[in-house]
Design a protein around this ligand. Sequence first.
Ligand code: ADP
Length: 270
Amino acid sequence: MINIRHVGTAPDYTKKDFDAAPVRMYAALHEAQVDLAHVDRITTIGRLTASVAPEVTQPIAAIVTNAQAARHFLNRRPPDLDEVREALDCIVTEAYRASDAIYRIRGLFKETPPKRERVEINGAIRDVLELTRGEATKNGISVRTQFAEPSPVVQADPAQLQQVTLNLIINAFEAMISRREGSRELLICTEKSDNGALVAVRDSGPGLDLETVDRLFEAFYTTKVQGMGIGLAICRSIIQVHGGRLWARANVPCGAIFQFTLPTHRPEQS
Ligand code: ADP
């Protein structure tokens, strides 16, 4: 940063300082955007923490129960080895479940340099849905998917793609929860588009005011008491940097649709 000195001290800027200033400002801005995106990611996960915890605690509880059962069957005279084997199989399955959940959660927290790689979009969305399953159940939200098969393959940073999807899903949940009446239905669709893939997140919430819909993507615009208003601004900038587009429109008969496009994977650019 350029050091601004007080009057009285002889300034010693050179032309080179001024020429380099826009580059440094751009770099600082980029750094601030990356930091803000990370804050948004942590905040979004924070909104999920209570319902993500059971993803880890439930398998651990099942492991303990099965281990106690195995000990009990071993103590029988003669030991019931079939039951012991069954309990051990359960322990292995549940341990994998817990470690998968931790792996997914860690993936979202990790701060890694942006990448571009081959991502099967259906699988990436399924992972996010796994994380939000508890929140959906707790709030009586039915979640359906309508995926193009085989999965569209896009060129993306997997963590950023999941951040965008998670943001849109949490926003849809919050919108539907805020509408006290009516069914709560989330539908996520993927389809192949001309140059890549289209993802649509459709909810049955209160919907959008179409006159001000573009304001939703402005930084710090929020209608929520606890909202920060940066989620959609960051999602749009992530998608744009990928060469895609993110926009919103009305759902029928009610609710909102947030959809984005991403370009097809090109192996030579990975
Ligand atoms: P925040 O969630 O912190 O408010 P966002 O940038 O994610 O920040 O969202 C900005 C605003 O867009 C929200 O406060 C809400 O008014 C509106 N919004 C986002 N998603 C939806 C949705 N699915 N349905 C209706 N309004 C929405």
